[in-house]
Design a binder for this molecule. Structure first.
Ligand code: ADP
Ligand code: MG
Length: 287
């Protein structure tokens, strides 16, 4: 490989908004077999909005007050909803985030839980009669959460995040280039499948805890595949570092950008197939 053509290639990529950290990353990109995309903030806009709320005024107040301690995008969605409904926020003590599951807070002496079924199961909250309703939201691609107060079911809230406008087209182009496309998320299986279907992705890894994301990448690599991981969040950083090529979404966190080999400016997903194309044409010119 001539250093000059690599330099031309990385320069051309940069002009397009694809920032390779080094020439070797541009070279390696043409060998990829599979692309794994994170869901929230990568495939989707990462700005969920509350679409459904089931419960009374008390459950809404406890929900909003509990989420006040969280910086998760779902918490922001709930905060916006509470502001719109003019909910008075109560003091929130002993807030605890349970990664990949939800939150636990103490409000006016009550223990408030907000989160997925795993959290409810672990805290022995009976949600049997409410399962079908939760699944119904999930089938629509929404993230649905239970609210529990002092160990009892107290309501439900669902939020929807929308796919980025160019997601479908970008996936299509990647497939045309002969790449396998997969989605990786901490969200539940049903929601993940619904979003994946909208994007045209049929391989889905759902309910993957933040610390397990890198292991999933390794699993695909062990099938003999060269893997690109695309992500935006702090919890994607180990997976980005593990992948053969880590691509960070430019609108994402600094930690993700540091762990990655490439940054995609503005989070434009069409730049992923573009990067592959530029890598291939660079390599072709070398040979
Ligand atoms: P993602 O990969 O979509 O960023 P996370 O691993 O952050 O997902 O979270 C997985 C799941 O845990 C969420 O879909 C939600 O059910 C639950 N969860 C996480 N944070 C919160 C929160 N602040 N409030 C309620 N539920 C939460
Ligand atoms: Mg994300």
């Amino acid at each position: 490989a001539t250093p000059t053509s690599i330099m031309v290639g990385t320069g051309k990529s940069a002009e397009n908004g694809i920032l390779f950290k080094g020439g070797e990353h541009l070279e390696r990109t043409h060998q990829l077999d599979a692309v794994i995309l994170d869901k929230t903030g990568t495939l989707t806009k990462g700005k969920p909005e509350v679409t459904d709320f089931i419960g009374d005024d008390t459950s809404l107040q406890l929900l909003a007050s509990a989420e006040k301690g969280s910086e998760h995008p779902l918490a922001e969605a709930i905060a916006a909803y509470a502001t719109e409904k003019q909910v008075e926020i109560l003091e929130n003590n002993d807030f605890q985030a349970v990664p990949g599951q939800g939150i636990i807070a103490s409000i006016e002496g009550k223990e408030v839980l907000v989160g997925n079924r795993t959290l409810m199961k672990e805290k022995n909250v009976d949600t049997k009669g409410k399962e079908a309703e939760l699944a119904g939201y999930e089938a629509q691609g929404k993230t649905a959460m239970f609210i529990a107060v002092n160990g009892e079911y107290h309501g439900m809230v669902a939020a929807a995040d929308t796919l980025k406008e160019t997601a479908k087209e970008a996936i299509e182009e990647l497939k045309e280039q002969g790449l396998e496309v997969m989605m990786l998320t901490g969200d539940n299986e049903r929601t993940a499948r619904a979003i994946a279907e909208q994007a045209g992705i049929d391989q889905v890894f759902a309910e993957v805890l933040p610390e397990e994301k890198a292991a999933k990448v390794k699993e695909v690599q062990e099938q003999g595949k060269k893997v690109a991981m695309i992500g935006d969040g702090v919890n994607d950083a180990p997976a980005l570092a593990t992948a053969d090529i880590g691509m960070a979404i430019g609108t994402g966190t600094e930690v993700a950008i540091e762990a990655a080999d490439v940054t995609i400016l503005g989070g434009e997903l069409l730049l992923i197939p573009k990067a592959v194309k530029l890598s291939k044409s660079t390599i072709r010119n070398i040979r």
